[in-house]
Design a protein around this ligand. Structure first.
Ligand SMILES: CC(=O)SCCNC(=O)CCNC(=O)[C@H](O)C(C)(C)COP(=O)(O)OP(=O)(O)OC[C@H]1O[C@@H](n2cnc3c(N)ncnc32)[C@H](O)[C@@H]1OP(=O)(O)O
Ligand SMILES: CC(C)C(=O)C(=O)O
Ligand SMILES: [Mg+2]
Length: 505
């Protein structure tokens, strides 16, 4: 177990493998310039080790490791190899500009790998592991050994291999749950077993490299930490082979958030979101909306009860301060499930300080807009707070509107206006539904105006969007403007016309 007092908190080394295991995602390959951009962002984020690539795999990957080694100063640069001399020679060559270079070599230790991948025996695998660690040590002092599929390896054999490669000079021992098979209890027990059964185990740093096939990659890394792991191999956004790897942001924020776990990292968490977005964009891998820490909804509150609770005290519903990972936008999302507290919060943010009565009016209008759309934007709110409430105070109100239109139909509109509270009805035709509706209104409001401009615009989103109508009318040489917004553009047009003409009257 890790020690239990805050004073003795253990530093966990963050080994980022976004550019190696993360880059094994189909369709997410990066060119050298893109890899350099990610490597620089990882350095800024404060990772301790960057796994820059697998140099023997292609000339492009070789070049990337060379170029990253030239531009990155603080983190160790790690290059992956198989347990093969040629791989190690090429990795050493690629690392020649690295200020701190690490060769990461290894071989499978599970029965699957020993027998059906290598057609070998445990003795031969052990021998090869030792030879390759010694070979890598000829080039660098920092050699990490991976026991591939450690998760499904026999603990006694694994302990034998780990002990032998430490004796051969491995400075870091990576214990991958390559297939994401282990449960956290099992993985934790495996690490504890090695701590208790390997001679000189403390000469090397034990590293967790967990995959997410059963959704347990982060939990397994954490179980490892609780039992003696001091390095976690992880990726931004949890990307990686198949279901991905332990996600950097998750393991880092667990250690930051849970003060009862005596372990910490040197990551500048305020750069997490920025780095996540960069990797997502460059790798063309969208982050799922509900992804822990970096998903679009990770700090979004959309239901009234939660919003009210968060506004009273953020910690009622948030265990992480969004600012800690670099989130700056509001987390209170307005939807039809929001209440007055959330609406008032956003109206005040936009400079509208409404009385209780005004807020009630705005809230009922807000619910109509929110039901018609998926979410309510600042523009929608400005309309509600500005125009819609002015509409309420008008002498002339649109009370009913029916239009008939379509291909080969004669556009007809029936409107009922409340003029000083009195209902007046008219029907008219036109060359389209808007023209017919305005003609019907003109029968009821006889004020002479010239329509000088009529503009309909959608906001920025889809077909469920709000249409904005701007109207300009002239009367006796003076210009008057009308505006309205509605998901129904004909209603918006009639209201905008009434708005303009009401000003003339
Ligand atoms: C768990 C992981 O994520 S491991 C890293 C996975 N990443 C990659 O594989 C990407 C880079 N890989 C590549 O570019 C290529 O596979 C190369 C260059 C490494 C090898 O290419 P090829 O020579 O054509 O071999 P191929 O890919 O068909 O097969 C892999 C070979 O490596 C061997 N091998 C696999 N792992 C190891 C290991 N750790 N140590 C030694 N040999 C290994 C396999 O047994 C197989 O050899 P065999 O054909 O003699 O049985
Ligand atoms: C190469 C090793 C470290 C690996 O990625 C794995 O076992 O998952
Ligand atoms: Mg892996």
């Amino acid at each position: 177990m890790v020690a239990t007092t805050a004073d003795s908190a253990e530093k966990i080394i963050i080994f980022d493998t976004t550019l190696r295991d993360g880059e094994q995602v189909p369709g997410s390959q990066l060119n050298t310039l893109e890899k350099i951009e990610v490597a620089k962002a990882l350095e800024e984020l404060g990772v301790d080790v960057i796994e820059a690539g697998f140099p023997i795999s292609s000339p492009g990957d070789f070049k990337s490791v060379v170029e990253i080694s030239k531009v990155v100063s603080n983190p160790v640069i790690s290059a992956l190899t198989r347990a093969k001399e040629k791989d190690i020679d090429v990795a050493a060559e690629a690392l020649k500009y690295a200020k701190k270079g690490r060769i990461h070599t290894g071989i499978g230790t599970s029965p699957y790998h020993i027998y059906s991948k290598f057609n070998s025996t445990p003795e031969q695998i052990l021998e090869r592991a030792v030879q390759m660690v010694k070979y890598a040590r000829k080039y660098v002092d920092d050699v990490e050994f991976f026991a591939e599929d450690a998760g499904r390896s026999d603990n006694a054999f694994l302990a034998q291999v780990v002990e032998a490669v430490i004796a051969a000079g491995a400075t870091v021992i990576n214990l991958p749950d390559t297939t994401g098979y282990c449960t956290p209890y099992e993985y934790g027990e495996k690490i504890r077993y090695l701590k208790e059964n390997v001679a000189n185990v403390d000469r090397a740093v034990l590293s967790a490299h967990c995959h997410n096939d059963l959704g347990m990659a982060t939990a397994n890394a954490l179980a490892g930490i609780m039992n003696g792991i001091r390095q976690v191999e992880c990726t931004i956004n949890g990307i990686g082979e198949r279901a991905g790897n332990t996600s950097l942001e998750e393991i880092v924020m667990i250690l930051k958030c849970r003060k009862d776990i005596p372990a910490y990292t040197d990551i500048d968490t305020t750069k997490i979101l920025k780095t996540s977005r960069l990797v997502s964009n460059l790798m063309r891998m969208p982050v799922q909306a509900n992804k822990a820490i970096v998903g679009r909804n990770a700090f979004a509150h959309s239901s009234g009860i939660h919003q009210d609770g968060v506004l009273k005290n953020r910690e009622n519903y948030e265990i992480i301060d969004p600012a800690d990972i670099g989130v700056t936008d509001s987390s209170i999302v307005l939807t039809a499930r929001s209440g007055r507290a959330a609406l008032d919060h956003h109206l005040r943010r936009l400079g509208y300080n409404l009385s209780h009565a005004e807020l009630d009016v705005a809230y009922s209008k807000f619910l109509v807009v929110a039901d018609a759309q998926k979410s309510v934007s600042d523009d929608d709110l400005r309309n509600l707070a500005g125009t819609e409430m002015v509409e309420d105070a008008r002498r002339i109100k649109l009370d009913y509107l029916q239009v008939v239109c379509g291909k080969d139909a004669i556009p007809m509109a029936t409107v009922r206006l409340l003029i000083d509270g009195e209902a007046c009805v008219a029907t008219a035709s036109g060359n389209g539904p808007i023209d017919a509706s305005i003609n019907a209104v003109r029968q009821l409001i006889t004020q002479k105006v010239t329509l000088e401009e009529f503009l309909i615009q959608a906001f920025t989103r889809g077909t469920d969007d709000v249409g904005k109508v701007h109207i300009q009318v002239a009367n006796k040489g003076k210009v008057f403007y009308g505006f309205s917004a509605n998901t129904d553009i004909i209603t918006a047009s009639v209201n905008a016309y009434i708005d303009a003409v009401s000003k003339v009257i």
